[in-house]
Write a protein that binds this ligand. Structure first.
Ligand code: NAD
Length: 447
């Protein structure tokens, strides 16, 4: 099948590369020419494990990139729209979706073959049918259903493990205006055999995505609220509490042979310094605003966002407990990305923490295995010294803030011992044993 993927960010590029790997002829479209050139040179513009190798092995063969959207649509059977859908402060910003819909509509005007347009971006329920469809019809002069197909296919990949998530999905959700659209979408995913497929309308497909992300965000904020209470009550460690909760057999089932299964969902039931990334914060906010607009107050999800907004303060409060004034205090920030194995800094809890350190004129050193380039776009260069190693970051540090659960940070206690350093360590991710360093503070234990 010939597939055009419009937008080559985390979702578009990974989808394009993986669909080519699965045997489709894919053209990735982006209006950022620098990205297009990098992709055609076999170099991924984003950090994602395994992406460079898959890109290199497919580019120039079943995969190419272009900034010519019209040519891509004319020469394909399906267009997947994978542009960003940020939250503009009040509601979902559909400007990229509208622009691409108009461009695809213009191309469809000159297309004689049947073509299916699919929204892969996360959009609030109703967008594909109520926003994308009329734009496509107006620009193409054609009728959805009769002249072209229109569907919605949310993406569930997680950054950091995006390639395995895409290649071995847990589910495929496809929505569409008619059977013909759904059949074409099923053909796109035909090489993914044995996966549960949900076939539905576009609005339901859109809602599945928001509901999935809202559930996970809710579990995190729930755990953080419980963790904050544990800390406030004293002599309770949220880790022990959550361990006791995880052992509920409805969360961690016991098999017939007595072995216990620990499902990944339990990792969302842990206290930490908050969730970030390009999806949970913006998606939950967009759903709240959409619900309110439709007369449905979204009180629980509003609390989820408020708890998360304040959660990085738990790290700062622990810093202020030891240092009344942090001006000139050397603080080593370990981890900047919103989670390990990605360079994505969008909505990372580290942003709140580092901005406050800079505002209070702390002497900030920071280390992240891959997110430095992204961080430089957010913080003034002169305000932070980016370090190339954990050791360099720790030199002379009076406080260490652990903000991202990168595996390499597990060596922190040993490194501190070797360097004969004894700073305050604030574990924002509860990844170190609390007796592994002398001066330990963590989320979910007494302030
Ligand atoms: P992104 O910002 O990384 O990438 C979007 C890309 O679209 C950019 O490369 C941009 O240059 C391109 N673009 C914008 N306007 C364009 C136009 N008019 N023509 C061609 N290209 C254009 O976004 P992302 O993180 O890949 O997210 C895309 C969508 O997928 C969003 O709706 C997001 O919510 C959803 N999603 C993201 C993830 C994730 O982990 N990042 C997971 C699931 C779903």
């Amino acid at each position: 099948m010939k597939i055009a993927v419009v937008g080559t960010g985390y979702v578009g590029l990974v989808s394009g590369v993986c669909l080519a790997e699965k045997g489709h002829d894919v053209v990735c479209v982006d209006n950022d020419l620098a990205k297009v050139e990098r992709i055609n040179a076999g170099v991924s513009p984003i950090h994602e494990a395994g992406l460079d190798d898959l890109l290199k092995s497919n580019i120039g063969g079943r995969l190419k990139a272009t900034n010519d959207l019209k040519a891509a649509v004319l020469d394909s059977d399906v267009s997947l729209i994978a542009v960003g859908t940020p939250f503009d402060g009040a509601e979902i910003d559909l400007s990229y979706i509208r622009q691409v819909s108009a461009d695809i509509g213009d191309a469809l005007k000159d297309k004689t073959d049947y073509h299916v347009v699919v929204v892969k971006s996360t959009v609030v329920p109703g967008t594909t049918d109520a926003v994308v469809l009329p734009i496509l019809e107006a620009h193409s002069g054609k009728k959805a259903g009769a002249d072209f197909g229109l569907g919605m296919n949310p993406e569930f990949l997680r950054e950091g493990v995006a390639i395995p998530d895409f290649m071995y999905p847990d589910r495929i959700v496809i929505g569409g205006i008619d059977e013909r659209t759904l059949t074409v979408l099923a053909d796109v995913y035909a090489p993914f055999s044995g996966v549960d497929i949900v076939k539905t309308n576009s609005k339901t497909a859109e809602m599945v995505k928001y509901t999935s992300n809202s559930l996970l965000a809710t579990l995190i904020s729930f755990s953080n609220e419980i963790g904050n209470l544990c800390a406030a009550l004293g002599n309770i460690d949220a880790i022990e509490v959550m361990h006791g909760v995880h052992l509920d057999k409805r969360l961690s089932p016991i098999l017939g042979n007595g072995e216990r299964v620990t499902p990944a969902i339990t990792s969302y039931l842990e206290a930490g310094c908050g969730f970030g990334g390009s999806c949970f914060p913006k998606d939950v906010k967009a759903l709240i605003s959409h619900g309110k607009k439709e007369g449905q107050p979204m009180e629980m999800l509003s609390a989820v966002i408020n708890i998360n907004r304040d959660q990085p303060r738990q790290v700062l409060d622990r810093l202020y407990k030891h240092f009344k004034d942090i001006e000139g205090i050397r603080v080593a920030v370990m981890g900047l990305a919103f989670k390990p194995d990605t360079d994505d800094m969008r909505e990372s809890p580290a942003i709140t923490v580092v901005n406050e350190l800079i505002a209070k004129q702390a002497d900030v050193r920071a280390y992240d295995p891959v997110a430095e380039e992204e961080a430089r776009k957010l913080f003034p260069d002169e305000a932070i010294r980016y370090c190339a190693s954990i050791q360099e970051t720790l030199e002379g540090a009076e406080a260490v803030l652990l903000l991202t659960r990168w595996g390499v940070f597990e060596q922190l206690p040993d490194t501190l011992r070797q360097m004969k350093l004894n700073p305050l360590v604030i574990d924002g991710r509860r990844m170190l044993p609390k007796d592994s360093v002398e001066r330990y503070e963590g989320i979910g234990i007494s302030l």
